[in-house]
Write a protein that binds this ligand. Structure first.
Ligand code: ADP
Ligand code: MG
Length: 229
């Protein structure tokens, strides 16, 4: 089972990792989020939303309503909406009858109509959803440090971007300082523009080599070639 474990030092780093996870999702995928109150589960959902083209400002803890739905801003998106369940106040899967569950999930426990579902406190509604499930857990290490562990289903093997999600951390863009998801095509830059701006900095000698370049610094050449004479 592909799995990844990392530490984040800020809510935005957690959001950037979740954004990366969102970028490898297919319609109908299920994610569960475990962790104590304040561990960062709802913060993680904000990152998923962002990665799915949903206004992350809409995401709030559905503790009292149990289920929130957030529609993709682009109506032609292959993933029409994110279903966000917070089962904290429920005591068993039977409690789901009264909160509109059946309209959103099939009897087999899968999100309907190509939606993605993310479930906080899945242990409260044991048996309501079925594998394959991506299982994410968050652990507070005090202050702003969180350990995130994600166990992904074997059936996700081979998805585009999975190797990047598993092998490199979210990072800050050298140009804009914004957080960048592991799967971003312009990693470690936040955008192509930010990357080009950085290149421009090199070309205009904003950055200087600590000593003058010698021919051997640039590879093939010999002193006789004198490319920099
Ligand atoms: P939960 O849904 O697990 O109860 P929330 O996401 O609602 O947790 O709250 C997590 C709190 O911890 C937020 O106030 C968030 O800003 C803060 N926080 C601090 N550091 C981090 C981090 N590295 N990752 C996620 N949240 C963090
Ligand atoms: Mg929450």
């Amino acid at each position: 089972m592909p799995d990844v474990r990392l530490q984040t030092a800020s809510p935005d780093a957690t959001i950037a990792f979740a954004q990366g996870l969102a970028s490898i999702l297919y319609p109908g995928d299920l994610i569960t989020l475990e962790g104590d109150l304040g561990a960062g589960k709802t913060t993680f959902v904000r990152g998923l939303a962002l990665g799915l083209g949903i206004d992350a400002g809409l995401v709030s803890s559905p503790t009292f309503v149990v289920i929130n739905q957030y529609a993709a801003q682009d109506q032609s998106s292959t993933i029409p909406q994110l279903i966000h369940v917070d089962a904290y106040r429920l005591t068993s899967a039977e409690d789901l009858d009264s909160v509109g569950w059946d309209a959103l999930f099939t009897p087999e426990g899968r999100p309907r109509q190509g939606s993605i579902a993310v479930i906080e406190w899945p242990g409260r509604i044991d048996g309501a959803v079925n594998e394959p499930i991506a299982k994410v857990s968050l652990l507070s290490e005090g202050d702003d440090t969180r350990t995130i562990a994600a166990d992904l289903p074997p059936s996700w093997e081979g998805r585009e971007g999975l190797d990047l999600l598993l092998s490199r951390p979210p990072t800050r863009c050298p140009t804009t300082n914004a957080w960048v998801a592991p799967t971003s095509p312009t990693y470690p830059f936040a955008s192509a523009r930010a990357r080009d701006a950085d290149l421009f900095g090199w070309l205009t000698e904003k950055y200087r080599s600590p000593r003058d370049l010698k021919p051997e610094d640039v590879g093939e050449g010999t002193a006789d070639d004198q490319p920099f004479a």
